[in-house]
Design a protein around this ligand. Structure first.
Ligand SMILES: Nc1ncnc2c1ncn2[C@@H]1O[C@H](COP(=O)(O)OP(=O)(O)OP(=O)(O)O)[C@@H](O)[C@H]1O
Ligand SMILES: [Mg+2]
Length: 240
């Protein structure tokens, strides 16, 4: 009966729980358990689908077959620990830094999908796309509403910080979004540039150091090294 009670609690079916609880028919209980389990599973899958769709991932990735030998994890924050998403509960950030094609975006998406699986709201943006949206909303006078929407996210993923430099307005708008997240929401940033080079993206030295300061304060910094997986896969396709 513990299972049935638990299922009814999760599905918020107080009256059904009461009714089945009063019945002695084992067959009825077993059927009810199967039906409620199917309902719960269906609701979970529908919610996951909705969260994944809302997140705006460019494609889906999982940790199946994901190798980690070339990644330096901080002490106590190996992949298994990161996958438990305790860092998200603590509103900490993940900074995935390193060379081209080494799996930063793949990891960011796979963690984002796991967060969706736990019912968390995630939003994925390539940094330059987010800046473009922010500028558009700014011009249209709807920026506050958009920032409000971002504030409701549990996790913001900012991919590819470093490939495209921003103009002054863009940098300031992105700074404000990151400042909004500070200690309130988790952010995953992927970048091919070390922090020392971030002024080349954001332009202003003061703004860059204030932004980096907020990002790194409660953060796990992972370093990705080695050859590009894209390059390796392309080489493997060349007939020997
Ligand atoms: N650790 C890994 N194990 C297996 N496949 C991987 C791994 N890392 C990356 N890949 C695959 O290699 C390709 C490139 O990875 P990804 O796009 O994540 O690299 P990146 O570090 O984000 O590169 P960039 O800096 O150019 O954006 C993808 O198809 C990805 O699925
Ligand atoms: Mg990438």
């Amino acid at each position: 009966m513990a299972d049935l009670t638990d299922l009814c609690r999760q599905l918020r079916l107080a009256h059904i729980a009461e009714y089945i609880g009063s019945q002695q028919d084992e067959g009825l209980r077993s059927l009810a358990e199967q039906l409620l389990a199917a309902e719960l599973d269906g609701r979970r899958r529908a919610k996951l689908g909705k969260l994944v769709q809302q997140a705006g991932f460019p494609h889906l990735k999982t940790f199946e077959g994901y190798v980690t030998e070339h990644i330096s994890f901080p002490q106590g924050s190996g992949l298994d620990a990161l996958r438990t998403l305790g860092w998200m509960e603590r509103k900490e950030n993940l900074l995935l830094m390193g060379a081209v094609g080494t799996g930063k975006t793949h990891m960011a998406i796979a963690l984002g999908v796991e967060a969706c699986r736990r019912g968390k709201a995630v939003q994925f943006y390539r940094a330059s796309d987010l800046v473009a949206v922010l500028q558009e909303k700014f011009m249209a006078g709807t920026l506050s509403k958009f920032r409000e929407k971002l504030r409701k996210m549990d996790l913001l993923i900012l991919d590819e910080v470093g490939y495209v430099p921003f103009n002054q307005t863009g940098s300031e708008l992105l700074f404000n979004v990151i400042a909004d997240c500070y200690e309130q929401q988790s952010v995953i940033v992927t970048s091919n540039l070390e922090f020392g080079q971030w002024t080349s993206i954001f332009g202003d030295t003061k703004l860059t150091s204030a932004l980096v300061d907020r990002l790194v304060h409660h953060a796990h910094i992972l370093s990705f090294t080695g050859e590009s997986f894209r390059f390796k896969q392309a080489m493997e396709r060349i007939p020997g």
